[in-house]
Design a protein around this ligand. Structure first.
Ligand SMILES: [Zn+2]
Length: 394
């Protein structure tokens, strides 16, 4: 199980400048990968270059530690091959890497990292020139980090208007594995991030109010910056300052959303542990049956993208947490799950947050979705919950 922590870079000014330049050099490696791959394909009837050849051709192309160059090559090949797979699956909206980059993350693997107390030492390349007839080792970059995790796998240098280290490490904690025949189903939503019910009738609703308020605040601030930007000259100093503020806002929002998703998924994990749930089903979000409501006020495209991003992130983090405890997360197709009546099977379009049917059945709308997903995939015929918890994050 891998985990990542992100810490700001604390080091000498000289080292900081060196690190800043690392991401420029990494970008040059990326651009070189693009060029080599393209030329190779043209000369070899559309054949793709493999890892070994690309690694050979990029060796020592910039003055960066060898593992750092490898890191970019790996990332490039990963992106390229993922695109190829997606294209083979029939996706048409994906593009092969083509953009020239100015900055790119730099990586150090465990072999090029050393730990000394509260210091992380990041390897530098050998000297550029020979000293007394030999290339010499350079002193590593020294970064101060308070709590350095054990079993570091890789460190990446990322830039969010400031340099940060993303430290990836192996988490060797033994988690208690949940073993039971209890299953649950999840309905993901905008208003309630997670609504779920298990086959014993325990239900939970976790609101997404926090997520919405983060987005609302972001939009408000963004609008204000745009308003001010429109009053000054494009490219002027003030204009660039606002651009910087916009980027900062994006990073900040990203962090806050991540944090909120983290807390939401933790609450759900607790629910699974408490009720001994070993399998969780969730509806396929790509399925056409999900009705995307038109938002007259906002930009439909942006709105959808944002919420989808959240769903994806929630699922990703859920999977992360649940698998630690041996809980399976399974994606299933949704068929009218939000409109079918669990009692009589009629299809009704719920008009408000409450679902009601001619047969007299009444239920919380999101719970109907979860109940249907559960009944469709597990041999249950649940209609009502036994107990319901309503949770929110601070
Ligand atoms: Zn009914």
């Amino acid at each position: 199980m891998y985990k990542t922590i992100i810490v700001p870079v604390k080091c000498s000014k000289e080292d900081y400048l060196y690190l800043l330049n690392c991401n420029v050099l990494s970008a040059q490696v990326w651009n070189l990968c693009l060029k080599i791959d393209k030329e190779y394909r043209e000369q070899n009837n559309g054949d793709w270059i493999d890892r070994n050849k690309l690694q050979k051709l990029t060796k020592k192309c910039v003055h960066l530690h060898a593992k750092g160059i490898h890191h970019v090559v790996h990332k490039y090949l990963f992106a390229r091959d993922a695109t190829r797979r997606a294209k083979e699956e029939g996706r048409k909206d994906v593009l092969y890497p083509y953009k020239q980059k100015k900055y790119f993350v730099t990586g150090w693997d465990y072999q090029s990292v050393k730990i000394e107390g509260n210091k992380i030492l990041l390897a530098k390349p050998m000297t550029k020139e020979k000293i007394n007839g030999k290339f010499r080792k350079q002193k590593p970059v020294v970064c101060y980090v308070k709590n350095i995790p054990d079993n570091i796998v890789e460190i990446e240098l990322i830039y969010r208007n400031k340099l940060y280290l993303a430290i990836k490490y192996k988490d060797k904690t033994q988690y208690k594995q949940i073993k039971s025949n209890n299953c649950a189903a999840i309905d993901l939503g905008e208003i309630h991030s997670i609504t779920s019910i298990d086959s014993r009738g325990n239900a939970v609703i976790i609101t997404g109010r926090k997520l919405r308020s983060i987005k609302y605040l972001r939009n408000k601030h963004q609008a204000e910056i745009y308003r001010r930007m429109s009053k000054c000259k494009r490219g002027s100093r003030q204009y660039l300052k606002y651009m910087n503020a916009l980027r900062n806002l994006t990073y900040k929002t990203e962090r806050r959303i991540n944090d909120a998703v983290h807390k939401i998924t933790k609450l759900y994990l607790d629910f699974c542990i408490e009720n001994n749930i070993s399998i969780v089903y969730y509806g396929d979000l790509d399925s056409a049956t999900r009705n995307t409501k038109q938002d007259k006020k906002g930009n439909e495209f942006v709105r959808q993208k944002l919420s989808q991003w959240n769903f994806g992130e929630i699922i990703k983090q859920l999977e992360n947490k649940l698998t630690r405890y041996g809980v399976k997360l399974i994606k299933v197709k949704e068929y009218y799950t939000s409109s079918k009546c669990p009692n009589c099977g009629r299809i009704n379009k719920p008009k408000s947050r409450n679902y009601s049917c001619e047969c007299g059945y009444k239920q919380h709308r999101d719970l109907v979705g979860a109940i249907n997903i559960l009944n469709d995939n597990v041999n249950t015929s649940i209609k009502y919950y036994k107990n319901k918890k309503y949770l929110r994050i601070a």
